[in-house]
Design a protein around this ligand. Structure first.
Ligand code: NAD
Length: 288
């Protein structure tokens, strides 16, 4: 399979290195890369031997001969590129948030139906081992019924974006669509649609929301979820949940060691063995 990588910044680099690792196991290669910043373009291209370089994503879509594209552009550019890629018959992976409005979502869904290509979105949390574990114990009622869950995803200020696009609400959708969306997606995937929710938020000096705390009610289960881009770029990133079931409480944090612990009501403390969905010897991919 030949892949075109569009956008070689922070997340594009993760995709590029992940595709490189996968190419050791599967018949795939990145045959085309696009980025309007030459240093990022060259760095991505040097991972591959027969790769064509494009400055603009649209040029890659119009000219490259590939089977699939990964769209890792700033969020406000996803829709036009994704629709153009689908119309050229490319299977399309779109980073999250796939789009920033309901109308754009309808356009993307329409293009997917019309073109018949395979489309995937970058809502990755569903695939993380600790969250797959949580969904499994929820579905199987391993520890009884879920009573409540607290989740958060807290990041330092996002200062690395191309032309500072994260700090323009029209381009990123703020922390709400960029970061909070991960936990909301996971909750809807695990529990379903909430019946009600209430929201509190704070903003940067510019007025753009940088912290959102939402309480969701799903029947008699409640969830409190926080998404924050801190004022300081130095605050360490934390993804966290504490899920309170009838018979045990499960706590996960990427900052804890061990990261995932089950506190059983009889006093036992269990560190679950996680089974990776996919095992690879190479874990060199990571956001820069
Ligand atoms: N799934 C996740 O967990 C996750 C994590 C981080 C970021 N993301 C998403 O990935 C996307 C990219 O984020 P990022 O952090 O990599 O941003 P970034 O600014 O670091 O990278 C975007 C790249 O696109 C390039 N670019 C801009 N316009 C272009 C165009 N028209 N043609 C070609 N290149 C162009 C820029 O030069 C830049 O290198 C965003 O939608 C973001 O929300 C997802």
């Amino acid at each position: 399979m030949k892949v075109g990588l569009i956008g070689c910044g922070g997340m594009g680099t993760v995709h590029n290195l992940s595709l490189k690792a996968l190419s050791n196991k599967f018949d795939l290669e990145v045959a085309a890369v696009a980025d309007c910043r030459p240093e990022f373009l060259d760095r991505a291209a040097q991972e591959w031997t027969n790769v064509k370089k494009y400055t603009w994503g649209m040029d890659l879509i119009q000219e490259a001969e590939v089977d699939a594209v990964h769209i890792c552009l700033p969020s406000y550019l996803h829709v036009e590129h994704a629709i153009a890629a689908m119309e050229r018959g490319f299977h399309t992976l779109i980073e999250k948030p796939v789009c920033l409005s309901r109308d754009d979502c309808d356009k993307l869904m329409d293009a997917e139906r019309r073109t018949g290509v395979r489309v995937m979105v970058g809502q990755v949390v569903r695939y993380f081992d600790e969250y797959r574990y949580l969904k499994e114990v929820y579905d199987q009622k391993t520890y009884g019924k879920l009573k409540s869950i607290q989740m958060h995803r807290i990041s330092g200020d996002v200062t690395w974006g191309y032309e500072d696009w994260f700090h323009d609400e029209k381009k990123s959708g703020s922390v709400v669509l960029d970061l909070h969306i991960h936990d909301v997606d996971f909750l809807r995937y695990m529990i379903g649609e909430p019946d009600t929710f209430t929201v509190n938020s704070t903003s940067f000096d510019t007025g753009m929301v940088n912290q959102i705390v939402t309480s969701y009610k799903f029947g008699d289960v409640f969830a409190v979820v926080e998404g924050t881009w801190d004022v300081s770029p130095k605050l360490p990133f934390e993804a966290y949940y504490r899920a309170c079931f009838e018979d045990a409480t499960i706590v996960y944090s990427n900052l804890h060691q061990p990261a995932l612990v089950v506190y059983h009501k009889d006093g036992r403390i269990i560190t679950p063995e996680l089974t990776p969905e996919y095992s690879a010897e190479d874990n060199t991919a990571g956001i820069l």
